[in-house]
Design a protein around this ligand. Structure first.
Ligand code: ADP
Ligand code: MG
Length: 559
């Protein structure tokens, strides 16, 4: 039987594929610029092994230009170019990546800078194009060719003229439709924004002719529009620079340029890891809480770059919830991307980076606590609550990471103290870490329950937030000292003599207590004699796991 080929409506297939891979149309610019950068990289690698080519940095660049009248957007490069055969195989076959093949073939093991690997990026231009023209002249030849396609019925290739080696991609931009604006891809400032967003750290200059206002030559008082070639991208990302070259101001500028926040960052963390996984990262601890921090709108996450190209604006997987306030970016050449780039494969590398970052944030917060108490307190006022939630969530799985970062108000120090500081101050006869819960420090101070412990000279931690006690219940003990609520039945401070006295009182007044218990039946578990009260006649206390304050919180929660 004769074997038949599948037929496919190629335009529809292309549309379906591209639209399902790319979430935003503007991404085609990133893809074409990445291809141009790859082409220049290939030239660079070729120069390394071929003495007849010299690689002079200045002659390698990417140029983006527009012709509004004819609706043309052109992206050209001075890279390695394509032969006729290469045009046929690389542009004529969907999912064929010449760059991947190059990386495999080339002797240079360092080829990890090259971005392309899936062989679909080029076709993303059809998301905005009526047709696409590629004019290219390959390095080492003097023939040029023109490839053209409207994405429907294949393509044509004809010989063409081109003065210099390199590639020119000319896109005829679609007319606006009722619900889509394509004009923006012909708009200078919009293009600039898109390039900055995705391709700011491409290593080669991306040039554009920009309209600027200049004083007129014959009349300095008046301004006139004039064209000026500008390099739009910053090229060397700040995270690739040496820490010693950078000032705090540089980091602060980066923070505001990136719109990480309106405040000034409290602290920056610059990480460069060159181990089994390679990545660079700049992280910021903001000073103040974003206005939407506790709302549903708030999205945690770090910017994720693969080798200088933005892949994801908010990669949530890189940050645990309790460090959700951290801002910044990660760049790694080791990520396994999938075809859409926006959908990262949930891979081992990403998990390793996330773990690494978590440890760094923790240790940086600890050193802030040690070295700049005032700053740490500022941080803690904004985000301390988040840390406590972190201790409490996931069944306490993160308590070891977080417990040293917690602070509570101390009855004796009259300021926030850490658990380590508390334990270091404990006198020998003090068995427990005492705490008291209430609405405010003032109220807690007036509670009868605190009196006895305070009388003993023991320090008490004041818990004024709902989450405090829940978090502490997760920690259970710190440096082998258990936590104890001042409202609990046995405070562990009675001497043998106190206990005997209490027993005696209890037997002598058994009838009275039994009577009280039956009156309060169902509302209290027991009525007992206490030695703990000094100036108050009675107090309520809680035995067991749930204290009175926790009960209040639990009751206030919706079912
Ligand atoms: P990828 O970049 O993942 O390989 P693309 O669809 O973006 O896939 O590009 C397909 C191939 O076309 C590239 O691998 C490269 O060989 C070739 N190509 C595309 N653009 C250019 C260019 N500007 N210069 C030289 N070759 C190019
Ligand atoms: Mg590509």
């Amino acid at each position: 039987m004769a074997r038949k080929e599948f037929k496919a409506e190629s335009k529809r297939l292309l549309e379906m594929m591209i639209n399902s891979i790319y979430s935003q149309k503007e991404i085609f610019i990133r893809e074409l610029i990445s291809n141009a950068s790859d082409a220049i990289d290939k030239m660079y690698y070729k120069a390394l092994t071929d003495d007849s080519i010299s690689f002079e940095q200045e002659s390698y660049y990417i140029k983006v230009s527009t012709d509004k009248e004819n609706r043309l957007l052109t992206i050209s490069d001075t890279g390695i170019g394509m032969t006729k055969e290469e045009m046929e195989s690389n542009l004529g076959t969907i999912a064929k990546s010449g760059s991947l093949a190059f990386k495999k073939e080339t002797e240079i093991k360092d080829g990890h800078d090259i971005i392309g690997q899936f062989g679909v990026g080029f076709y993303s231009s059809f998301m905005v194009a009526d047709n696409v023209t590629v004019i290219s002249r390959a390095s080492g030849t003097d023939e040029a060719y023109k490839w053209e396609s409207d994405g429907t019925d294949g393509y044509t290739i004809i010989p063409f003229e081109k003065d210099s080696v390199g590639t020119e991609i000319i896109i005829k931009i679609q007319e606006n439709t009722e619900d889509e604006n394509f004009d923006e891809y012909l708009d200078e400032s919009r293009l600039k924004t898109i390039i900055k967003k995705y391709s700011d750290f491409i290593r080669y200059p991306i040039k554009m002719d920009v309209t600027v206002q200049k004083p007129k030559e014959d009349n300095e008082e008046e301004l006139e529009d004039s064209e000026e070639e500008q390099t739009v991208n910053s090229m060397v990302p700040i995270w690739r620079k040496n820490k010693s070259e950078l000032t705090t101001e540089d980091y602060e500028n980066f923070y505001s340029e990136k719109h990480y926040g309106f405040d000034k960052p409290l602290k920056h963390i610059h990480i460069r890891v060159d181990g089994t996984i390679r990545y660079q990262s700049i992280l910021f601890i903001p000073e103040s809480m974003p206005y939407d921090y506790y709302s549903k709108e708030f999205e945690k996450g770090l910017e994720l770059y693969s080798n200088g190209v933005l892949i994801m604006e908010k990669s949530a997987d890189l940050l645990p919830d309790y460090f959700g306030f951290v801002k910044g970016m990660v760049d790694s050449e080791d990520l396994s991307l999938n075809i859409s780039r926006e959908m990262l494969q949930h891979d081992r590398q990403l998990k390793m980076i996330a773990k690494n970052i978590k440890t760094k944030i923790k240790s940086q917060l600890e050193s802030l606590l040690k070295e700049d108490r005032e700053k740490y307190e500022k941080f803690y006022d904004s985000f301390g609550r988040q840390l406590k939630y972190g201790v409490y969530s996931d069944f306490g799985a993160n308590k070891d990471t977080l417990q040293d970062l917690l602070m509570f108000f101390s009855s004796t120090e009259k300021k926030q103290v850490t658990l380590a500081e508390y334990v270091a101050r404990m006198p020998e006869d003090q068995k427990y870490i005492y705490y008291a819960s209430g609405d405010s420090n003032e109220r807690i101070e007036k509670m009868p329950q605190t009196e006895m412990v305070a009388e003993k000279g023991f320090e008490i931690l004041y818990f004024t937030e709902d989450v405090d006690e829940f978090a502490i219940k997760m920690i259970m003990s710190y440096k082998e000292k258990e936590f104890k609520s001042v409202s609990s039945g046995d405070l562990g401070i009675d001497t043998e003599e106190d206990k005997k006295d209490a027993e005696k009182d209890a037997t002598e007044n058994k009838e009275l207590f039994d009577h009280m218990k039956s009156i309060l039946s169902g509302r209290v578990k027991d009525v007992r004699v206490s030695k703990r009260l000094k100036s108050h006649p009675v107090c309520l206390s809680a035995d067991g796991e749930v204290t009175i304050e926790m009960e209040k919180v639990l009751q206030a929660m919706p079912d």
